[in-house]
Design a protein around this ligand. Structure first.
Ligand SMILES: NC(=O)c1ccc[n+]([C@@H]2O[C@H](COP(=O)([O-])OP(=O)(O)OC[C@H]3O[C@@H](n4cnc5c(N)ncnc54)[C@H](OP(=O)(O)O)[C@@H]3O)[C@@H](O)[C@H]2O)c1
Length: 330
């Protein structure tokens, strides 16, 4: 397929409203092992904001397109691609998909579960695989355990609440406002705490009858992490997922020893290259759970392609619930 397409590109680093420009550029061509996808929708993620600011762990050369996950239709296959056909509705993840068409390695693309709408399916890859690897691979969450989720109404947080509930854990959610509490409850949280209104560590101790949280899912860092260390159970596991609060905390190693808990890092982006077998297992489990109705990405709002910077600005403000979705083609 030749011709041109529209793509949002970061031309100068900064806040999304200043950094992004809508450009008409040449349609990319799939090389060997790659597929060309016509984008239906892109789910906005916090890393998109960090990419615009030049603060993400990956810093592509300017100009580049942000967007790290999509749902769309396969329109062309590169040499050697098997198990996929033109016309398949797929989801996938790679930096640069905030465009009408995108080329992805076939290994980063998988079938979109039919049970999910386009807006929902666009958010199934990054948040849900991050939460799946954090809870099941790193923390080895067991049924009946207490799971504490920070930023529980955010994208990865809601995924962790839904997956924790589906795994039979008892979920305690921390959210930033009363307005977000109902969303966390609907996703499966048994207890919901509002950050700033409650002493989180004390409330977790009370809710668990003094036991504490067996597993903590922490995409916030800073004070949230420190609160977790005060209410972590014996042999508990804190998974460090991100630093949405803006502060990268230091590890109190002596405290880790004395209280006999573990602090685990989770960098989901490393798994496709190093353990593709586990990515296959995560995809199969997530597809099954989506088809059973046990999980579904929560969509805050859907905005048109032309309004993509507004979607990222809303996300950067921290007031969104679940995913803001950018509709590229209806
Ligand atoms: N480790 C990995 O592999 C991996 C993968 C994907 C994402 N992440 C990280 O996970 C984090 C969350 O990503 P996301 O896409 O879920 O973002 P999101 O939907 O924007 O959720 C982040 C939430 O953090 C809370 N928050 C607390 N303090 C904040 C502050 N100072 N500014 C903004 N938000 C604040 C907000 O919820 P409340 O107001 O309710 O507290 C906000 O909704 C990010 O740091 C991201 O980089 C890590």
């Amino acid at each position: 397929m030749t011709g041109t397409m529209r793509a949002w590109r970061v031309t100068t680093l900064g806040e999304p409203s200043e950094a992004l420009q809508l450009d008409e550029i040449e349609t990319p061509q799939p090389g060997p092992g790659e597929v060309l996808i016509r984008t239906r929708a892109v789910s906005a993620n916090f890393p998109d904001v960090l990419l615009c600011r030049g603060l993400y762990q990956v810093r592509p050369e300017l100009p580049f397109s942000p967007g790290i996950e999509l749902v769309g239709d396969v329109v062309a296959l590169g040499d050697g691609v098997e198990g996929m056909s033109v016309g398949d509705r797929v989801i996938g993840s790679k930096i640069g998909v905030l465009a009408e068409l995108a080329v992805l390695p076939a290994s980063d693309v998988w079938p979109a579960p039919p049970a999910l709408t386009d807006a929902e399916a666009s958010g199934l890859t990054v948040a849900y695989q991050t939460a799946w690897f954090a809870l099941h691979r790193r923390a080895e969450l067991k049924p009946g355990e207490w799971l504490l989720v920070h930023a529980a109404a955010g994208g990865v947080g809601l995924a962790a609440v839904q997956l924790g509930d589906a795994a039979g854990a008892r979920v305690i959610a921390v959210v930033g406002s009363e307005a977000k509490a109902a969303v966390a409850r609907a996703a499966g949280a048994e207890v919901v705490l509002v950050r700033g209104e409650t002493d989180i560590a004390a409330a977790v101790k009370t809710a668990t009858g003094g036991h504490g949280a067996d597993v903590v899912f922490d995409p916030v860092g800073g004070d949230a992490f420190m609160a977790s260390t005060k209410c972590i159970a014996f042999e508990g596991r804190i998974v460090v997922v991100g630093f949405a609060g803006g502060e990268i905390q230091s590890l109190p190693a002596g405290h880790v020893l004395v209280k006999n808990y573990s602090v685990l890092g989770l960098h989901w982006g490393m798994y496709p290259g190093i353990r593709p077998d586990l990515v296959d297992a995560a995809r199969a489990d997530l597809a099954r759970l989506a088809e059973e109705g046990a999980i579904a990405p929560v969509v805050d709002r859907v905005v048109p392609f032309d309004s993509a910077p507004e979607a990222l600005t809303a996300l950067a403000g921290g007031a969104t619930v679940g995913r803001v979705v950018i509709e590229v083609a209806a």
